[in-house]
Design a protein around this ligand. Structure first.
Ligand code: DGL
Length: 272
């Protein structure tokens, strides 16, 4: 198990925020990343569709013999993680649990949660937060325009600032002390979100807490890579590898090696 890779999937490019955090926490581990760019966005899709797509992504990663699956996509994490945990024998970790854990650690009274429409509709963050800290008030809001703004690279754009104000000032006015960035893309907007929310509101990015959790799971299982360097990471997408490489390098602020188009809709699992 030690020498196997960590599998990560997302609906597309945004999960690279989780990939980056994993590489910071676990530099010796090899990561195999799948971005389902052909079927993105997940955030506007139904629970059934998100579970179906997530199942296909997990099966693809299993053909690569990964030792753990990290569901970087918040929309998938909101609906598909219990299903995948039931179905597969290896550990499957989503971003909701670690994100909620970080939020309750920071918050004294009122937590804001933002995400895609699918994530907010699922109520997954709210439920997990309240389980961890009964009595805490959670105010949720979907921000469907954030993902296209990030995909367009409009990070410091005046339009983005206006959209952030429109979505988030009502949360600020309701007195939240913590804001969960419940979508892969939102950490990229952290600068403008912090500016609009002001210094009194803690921004929680589940990527880092998820990576810390992956490390503790692998450690407890004795599955941490024994190698100094686990080998070159692999990147797969279901469409537009060139775009993934170009925008991904902006996300990561470093070069991405080869990006391969995965044709997993037809793959079957190898024999055990
Ligand atoms: N990865 C998605 C999430 O974190 C955002 C992009 C999408 O809607 O597919 O919810």
């Amino acid at each position: 198990m030690k020498n196997k890779a960590i599998g990560v999937f997302d609906s597309g490019i945004g999960g690279l925020t989780v990939y980056k955090a994993l590489k910071e926490q676990l530099p010796a581990e090899k990561v195999i990343y799948l971005g389902d760019t052909a079927r993105l966005p997940y955030g506007s899709k139904s629970a059934e569709t998100i579970i179906k797509f997530s199942d296909g992504n997990a099966l693809f990663l299993l053909t690569k013999n990964v030792k753990i699956i990290v569901v970087a996509c918040n929309s998938s994490s909101s609906y598909a993680v219990p299903y995948l945990q039931d179905k597969f024998d290896i550990p499957v970790l989503g971003v909701i649990e670690p994100g909620a854990e970080a939020a309750v650690k920071h918050s004294k009274s009122k937590i804001g949660v933002i995400g895609t429409s699918a994530t907010i509709k699922s109520g997954a963050y709210e439920k997990t937060i309240v389980e961890k800290k009964p009595g805490v008030k959670v105010i949720s809001r979907d921000c469907p325009l954030f993902v296209p703004l990030v995909e367009e690279g409009w990070i410091d754009h005046k339009v983005t600032k206006l959209v952030v104000e429109e979505y988030l000032l009502p949360l600020k006015e309701q007195g939240i002390d913590t804001l969960v960035l419940g979508c892969t893309h939102y950490p990229v907007l952290k600068g403008v979100i912090a500016e609009v929310m002001g210094p009194g509101i803690e921004l929680v990015d589940s990527a880092v807490t998820t990576a810390v959790k992956v490390r503790s799971i692998l450690k407890s299982l004795g599955w941490l890579s024994g190698a100094q360097d686990g080998g070159e990471d692999e990147f797969y997408v279901t469409d537009f590898p060139d775009r993934f490489k170009r925008v991904g390098e902006i996300f990561l602020n470093k070069k991405i090696g080869k990006v391969t188009t995965a044709t997993f809709y037809t793959v079957s699992l190898p024999q055990a």
